[in-house]
Write a protein that binds this ligand. Structure first.
Ligand SMILES: [Fe+2]
Ligand SMILES: [Fe+2]
Length: 163
């Protein structure tokens, strides 16, 4: 496993841990800080995958797997928006329930696919310059203001009985 794949997997685990801390104790203070950190880190993780990882993987022929990952990112992004709304209303137990029953299961299904199917390809598809760029973003990059993932805002429609 490359350092890059290991770093990305660590990101998955850190986000899981911070989400679990809030699920266990949905209240102000430490757990709420954990949730806010996990949400920011997840958006950043989605950004770096969609901007730095998926284009070269797609060019290398991993079109289907990348499409599935983009779709799942969109679903997560929409759940994050709903959790933000609940937090804004001070509905911490409802936010925890949404994280537990919607966001967490999405991550549990999504992350192993990336770790088993896509991350092992990184060595082969990322050139040295792209790998360095990704490493630099992992170290100190921030998501540009207003950026949304490619498939954000589409999951509401899919729950409306169309499919
Ligand atoms: Fe992802
Ligand atoms: Fe990931």
């Amino acid at each position: 496993m490359t350092n890059l794949a290991a770093d990305l997997e660590k990101d998955h685990h850190d986000i899981d841990r911070d989400l679990e801390a809030f699920i266990d104790r949905p209240e102000e203070g430490g757990p709420l800080t954990s949730l806010r950190k996990a949400m920011d880190d997840l958006r950043r993780h989605i950004y770096l995958e969609e901007v730095f990882l998926f284009p070269p993987l797609r060019s290398a022929g991993f079109i289907g797997p990348v499409l599935v990952m983009l779709k799942e990112h969109g679903q997560m992004w929409d759940v994050l928006a709903r959790v933000e709304g609940l937090l804004g209303d001070g509905r911490y137990p409802d936010a925890a329930e949404t994280v537990k029953t919607e966001l967490f299961p999405l991550l549990q299904a999504h992350n192993p696919k990336e770790e088993q199917i896509l991350y092992p390809q990184l060595d082969g598809v990322l050139g040295a310059a792209a790998a360095a760029e990704l490493r630099e973003f992992l170290a100190q990059g921030v998501v540009p203001d207003g950026w949304t993932c490619e498939r954000a805002g589409r999951s509401q429609g899919s729950t409306g009985g169309m499919s």
